[in-house]
Design a protein around this ligand. Structure first.
Ligand code: MSP
Length: 509
């Protein structure tokens, strides 16, 4: 049986242009998708754009465009960013697509047919920036309890979803599946939210039109979150239960930011329970980035534009920094100083030097031809043994989406290899003709270590990994770990050129 892995990003609103917060979720999913592919899984990695709703409609009108014109324009910015960041998604769904509408209609009618959608009247408050309904009691000083912005009083006919009916079932599911919502602190938050009681949810609006019409009642449009969440199955071809849906649902991981956890961990699972569809295996909510200590916002003019960062520092440095700097799940702060520090110390110094020193020595002492290793000394064995242990640990850390820990584990190998150079002192061995075999063993071990390190960094820094692997005479563009991640893969006799510096040091401005 093939192993399957399905991972999703949220679909991004098109009223805003992409910034590092959006890039972060997508990069994390990309690292995960690449890792699983390298481990032999059939992977489906989904991203896309959330194009309906009042917020998008308002933004379009403010700019003198139709919502679809706005969506067409902004979704291209997302697509070009993903290309620039080397993202390997398998599909890009837009909620304005026919395939999506068809699936949403099916899901809506299915739940309605089961009696869990009914017509009523909504009289409460609505926060357009969050696209969220609130009761008077939930407001904080009259404003949205999530974002603090003003809400509008709404009184309109509305379809309701019987969310209250699924409270106990959802609670039991969360309790029975400790890994369903991660990290743990977030799981507790959702548990207490559900325990406070679920109300039926308004799932249609009549006061604007940019959305998917309610089947057979076109003055209503379907609530944007019902519409958006469904993307995770419509992209798989739902309601067709064969094909991708059959192979990949239930999803292995919905990766999202902490601000949209309630929609994913409460609304979405109850819709699925009502429809009789299996629940996601995992919902992982990561933290938020601030910039130089402040919340990112247009009015503060501190929005960090990923295109600019990539042009300035290189794509792999950005990929590395965002996933290394902060534990996935916690909030973090982006600063140029921290980024430059990581590039200079971890990339230029530790990894870059390891590669340039080893390939330079191989060229100096062996004319660039990899010698066969001789008998192993204790120090060699100690180095070698670190690899299988790290690789097992990394597999666990990746499964837990502990990207920063994974990178730490890899960097322990980088440090061990650098220390091995200092301790085995090839420059001294090179002066003594009787130590020629010993010198060959040391060089072999170093380059083999570099090969394994390159394989391990590939999900995070695919371009750099490919370049290192190509230097070593391996296939850098099709990284496989299974069967390839044990010691001894490099063939003696391989010609290895002196590597160009991969990560130039950056001077502080
Ligand atoms: N359209 C909804 C999601 C629907 S999913 C069915 C949405 N879109 S969004 O464009 O506003 O946000 C998308 C993601 O970007 C969210 O996961 C959010 O947490 C993330 N981020 C937005 N700003 C962020 C930071 N400053 N830091 C980290 N992630 C942030 O919500």
């Amino acid at each position: 049986m093939d192993k399957h892995f399905y991972v999703t990003t949220p679909i991004y609103y098109v009223n805003d242009v992409p910034h590092i917060g959006h890039a972060y979720t997508t990069l994390a999913c990309d690292a995960m998708a690449r890792y699983k592919r390298a481990r032999g899984y059939k992977v489906f990695f989904l991203t896309g754009t959330d194009e309906h709703g009042q917020k998008v409609e308002k933004a379009a009108h403010a700019q003198g465009e139709t919502p679809l014109e706005l969506a067409d324009r902004v979704m291209k910015r997302y697509q070009s960013l993903w290309e620039k960041l080397n993202i390997t998604h398998d599909d890009f769904i837009r909620t304005s697509q026919e395939r999506h509408k068809k699936g949403v209609h099916h899901l809506f009618k299915l739940i309605q047919g089961k009696g869990d959608i009914y017509l009523g009247e909504y009289e409460d408050w609505y926060c357009t920036p969050c696209e969220t309904f609130w009761t008077e009691k939930q407001l904080m000083d009259g404003s949205c309890p999530d974002c603090g912005r003003p809400t509008d009083k709404l009184k309109e006919e509305s379809y309701f979803f019987r969310m209250s009916k699924y409270q106990d079932q959802l609670l039991k599911h969360i309790e029975d599946h400790p890994d369903f919502i991660q990290p743990r602190s977030r799981r507790n938050e959702i548990l207490s939210f559900v325990k406070e009681g679920l109300r039926d949810l308004s799932i249609s609006r009549t006061s604007f039109s940019w959305g998917i019409p309610v089947p057979e009642d076109e003055k209503h449009v379907i609530y944007v979150w019902f519409d958006a969440l469904s993307n995770y199955i419509t992209a798989l071809g739902y309601p067709d239960l064969e094909g991708h849906y059959g192979a990949f649902w239930p999803v292995d991981a919905h990766v999202i930011g902490k601000d949209i956890l309630r929609f994913h961990a409460v609304y979405w699972p109850t819709f699925l329970l009502a429809a009789g569809i299996p629940l996601p295996k995992k919902i992982f909510a990561h933290g938020w980035w601030t910039v130089e200590g402040q919340k990112m916002s247009k009015s503060l003019r501190n929005v960090v534009e990923p295109h600019m960062l990539v042009d300035k520092y290189g794509v792999d440095a950005i990929r590395y920094f965002l996933l290394r700097e902060v534990p996935f799940g916690l909030d973090g702060d982006f600063s140029h100083a921290a980024l430059i520090h990581r590039i200079n110390s971890d990339l230029a110094n530790d990894l870059g030097n390891l590669l340039s020193r080893t390939t330079a020595m191989l060229n100096k002492y062996f004319d660039g031809e990899l010698p066969a290793p001789g008998e192993l000394a204790e120090i060699d064995r100690l180095l070698q043994e670190k690899f299988p242990a790290a690789i097992t640990l990394i597999d666990r850390q990746m499964t837990e989406m502990a990207f920063n820990k994974t990178l730490q584990t890899i960097w322990e190998l980088v440090s061990a290899a650098n220390k091995y150079i200092d301790e085995s002192a090839p420059w001294t061995l090179a002066k003594d003709a009787s130590q020629r075999t010993r010198l060959g063993t040391v060089m072999y071990n170093l380059l083999e270590g570099v090969r394994l390190i390159a394989l391990l960094i590939a999900p995070f820094m695919p371009g750099s990994a490919a370049s290192i692997l190509t230097t070593l005479g391996c296939d850098g563009n099709n990284v496989t770990l299974d069967g390839n991640d044990h010691w001894g893969g490099l063939q003696p006799g391989t010609r290895i050129a002196k590597a160009e510096p991969l990560f130039p040091r950056i001077e502080h401005e």
